[in-house]
Design a protein around this ligand. Sequence first.
Ligand code: FAD
Length: 395
Amino acid sequence: MAGLACALAASRRPGLAVELFEASDRFGGLLNTVETPWGLAEEAARAVINQVEWEALCGDVGAELLEADKRSRKRYIYRGRPRQFPLGAGEAVALAQGVGRFLLNRRGLRPAAGETVADWGRRHLGQGAADYLLAPALAGIYAGEIERLSASLILGRFFDPAVKRQPTRIKTRTVTPRAGFVDLISKLEATLRARGVALHLNTRRQLSLDDLDHPCIVATSARQAVPVIRAVAPAAAEQLDGLEMLSLTVVCAWYEHAPGDLQGFGCLFARDQGFRALGVIFNDIIFPRQSQYRSETWIYGGERSPETVDMTDSALQELLHTERRRLTGMAATPKGVHVKRWPKALPYYTPDLEQTMAMMVLPENLHLAGNYVAGIGLSKVVEHSQALVESVLSR
Ligand SMILES: Cc1cc2nc3c(=O)[nH]c(=O)nc-3n(C[C@H](O)[C@H](O)[C@H](O)COP(=O)(O)OP(=O)(O)OC[C@H]3O[C@@H](n4cnc5c(N)ncnc54)[C@H](O)[C@@H]3O)c2cc1C
């Protein structure tokens, strides 16, 4: 998405020669939709926190966005059982005091450089809110544990008065491409071709110094960028090579609807509850038009269960069956299951990543984009990619 978004932004500049190289036989990277007999299976991203740049990109290529259903506003965290508010009375008071301090003196609560989310959260919101709100929520997004996640990298923008507020015209917070991410990718591809961008599939690039006669944006994962930039920026390549990456395993499962189905966005698992899943998303509640069955996406891996990326499909199905029965009390047999493994897919948002990116020096005309540079979610990836292209072209 970073590469496509950069190319789209550059394609708006008349007369500019733009080329996009992709190592595999399809564009989209982590984004892929598979059609199954039971409905669409998104193999990675499912829902996007909407932003102006994301909406504009989808509008530009003619990809219609589907809004999340109101019923998905309910979110659950498992603590003994799925609960909308998983804190006890004392923990809630500590949280309320922290929120009060945030409202009165936002800057005073700004995380220190190098501080972890666990340290920041326990200090300002209390142990309960850190362990049963922040930890499951951030494991569901970043796949890491709060003891390792960087507070300033992840939460810093909430304390920065310079960060622009999204205009109020963005009313819908959660969206997805109506016909799946694969449709958005093919529309992006068609738009780029129509605008004269040269698209090269099956082309694994490694940059040489000659390439840097012109601006080059490397829009890969942090790990994949290492061989691409090694010859032109060996020190930066070594720094990126040292970054920790997390693997994810996605298990999509379809069931007949049942009266006991939880209604909401999904359920996250507090880590002391003994689940190996980070969370489960209820696709049929969020985007009912995309599924006629009960459709669930179970996310495994990250720091909590890295071994799941090496498990067989049948072992994963057994694990899913056990954990789903614990969550719902039902022992339903799925109509179908689709598994996708993503080894070393996401950067671990640790203080080390923050420091590495802050200190990195790149040669002129070499730029980095992607989910390790300015945010892991798609809206952030697109926002940064567009801003980067504008800044490169304004030089
Ligand atoms: C399981 C999972 C669930 C997620 N859910 C959500 C969600 O619900 N909402 C959300 O907003 N985000 C979600 N994300 C995050 C989001 O999907 C990713 O951050 C985003 O898609 C990353 O895009 P990218 O362009 O940075 O990198 P990638 O998608 O990794 O793309 C990098 C591309 O570079 C190519 N490449 C690599 N090396 C070379 C080379 N040498 N030459 C040419 N090409 C090369 C690769 O083949 C690939 O196509 C999820 C991620 C995962 C793994």
